[in-house]
Write a protein that binds this ligand. Structure first.
Ligand code: PEP
Ligand code: MN
Length: 263
């Protein structure tokens, strides 16, 4: 169902009027995790001012260490919805447990499946029955074929509103957190009709590299971006090192709009 052979035309996912795919350039941005009302409101304002369409933020965080901040759960979801509505933004947030589908669906517009859950087939099957779109991140060490098969699980359940997200893969390189595989954008465009966005924040793990890789992603043909932005990255509870300040996020948006216009 997700292959281009089966369906030659690009799929455009419509999130209540905000479109992803085709000619559209869609940006999702916000903090890695929802931390507090102040943090989120400041981030949401900056996301809107930069011209992005979606507010991102994790309320359920799949952290590498069990002792790290795990997220604010429903309290965080409520804060996301409120901050997004105040700024005319849509909400994308991660689901880590299929039993949270209804709860998250009450507050979010798009379900995010994180890299660690790309092959959580029970979760994918559940999302196949969801009424809202799914943004499916590439697994930490997944091939493009494994990733498209994961998307197929969701589509096979009846939900064809899927957005793919390249977020870097594990290689021998240690300077960056992951190796952002921009060739996946061109590969996915050849193999599938689904929209694909790029996450240069997790893809590099270094804020200094986020703007250059965002520009490259759009030049490579990505349908959009997901960017971590924090009003004060130095005190972020997660992923501060890869989070942009509002000022740098604005610069990124200016650059990306110019490149997008040439595409
Ligand atoms: C995130 O978006 O904050 C996240 C945890 O991403 P990934 O699943 O790509 O690591
Ligand atoms: Mn993060």
């Amino acid at each position: 169902l997700v292959s281009r052979e089966f369906h030659p035309a690009d799929t455009v996912v419509d999130v209540d009027g905000v479109k992803i795919g085709g000619e559209h350039l869609t940006v999702m941005a916000g903090p890695c995790a929802v931390e507090s009302e102040d943090q989120l409101k400041e981030a949401a304002r900056c996301v809107r001012e930069g011209g992005a369409q979606f507010l991102r933020g994790g309320a359920f965080k799949p952290r590498t260490s069990p002792y790290d901040f795990q997220g604010l759960a429903e309290k965080g979801l409520k804060m996301l919805r409120e901050a997004a509505d105040e700024n005319g933004l849509k909400v994308v947030t991660e689901i880590v447990d299929k039993d949270d589908m209804e709860l998250i669906g009450t507050y979010a517009d798009v379900y995010q499946v994180g890299a660690r859950n790309m092959q959580n087939f029970q979760l994918l099957k559940a999302l196949g029955k969801a009424k809202k779109p799914v943004m499916l991140k590439r697994g930490l060490s997944s091939t493009i074929s494994e990733w498209l098969n994961a998307a197929e699980y969701i589509a096979a359940g009846g939900n064809e509103n899927i957005i793919l997200c390249e977020r870097g893969i594990r290689t021998y390189e240690t300077f960056t957190r992951n190796t952002l595989d921009l060739s996946a954008v061109a590969a996915v465009k050849e193999l599938s009709h689904l929209p694909i966005i790029v996450d240069p924040s997790h893809g590099t793990g270094r804020w200094q590299m986020v703007r250059p890789m965002a520009r490259a992603a759009i030049a490579a043909g990505a349908d959009g971006l997901i960017i971590e932005v924090h009003p004060h990255p130095e005190v972020a509870l997660s992923d501060g090192n890869q989070s942009l300040t509002p000022k740098n996020f604005n610069r990124l948006m200016e650059e990306v709009k110019q490149i997008g216009a040439l595409m």
